[in-house]
Design a protein around this ligand. Structure first.
Ligand SMILES: [Zn+2]
Length: 107
């Protein structure tokens, strides 16, 4: 097997994985759902689908009916419905860095 064969095999695998990724409509509000995906070379790893309304495919991140379990566990972070987390202090620092007044912002 040559390097070109390996490249073809990897490209075929990526194409197969791309076809497996399907867009999902939110079962709660009908809007588009998103998820984080990363190609690790031998396949694609992905997180749960999530929607702007707070619905999440993973119940730990679902905030459509109020604060999610993960939001309760990590009060210093912004936890989104796709399982992403941002340190609130870091977000505030970035806002201030760009000259945005944060005195009335409560994350
Ligand atoms: Zn939704």
């Amino acid at each position: 097997m040559t390097a070109f064969d390996l490249f073809d095999l990897a490209e075929a695998n990526r194409e197969r994985c791309r076809n497996l990724v399907k867009k999902m409509d939110c079962p709660k509000c009908g809007y588009d759902c998103y998820r984080d995906e990363v190609d690790v070379g031998v396949g694609i790893m992905y997180g749960p689908y999530g929607c702007m309304c707070g619905w999440s495919e993973d119940p730990r991140y679902d905030s459509s009916e109020g604060e999610s379990d993960e939001q309760k566990k990590h009060p210093d972070y912004i936890v989104d419905s796709c399982g992403g987390m941002l340190l609130k202090e870091g977000v505030m620092e970035k806002l201030e860095h760009f000259g945005i007044d944060t005195t009335n912002i409560d994350l």
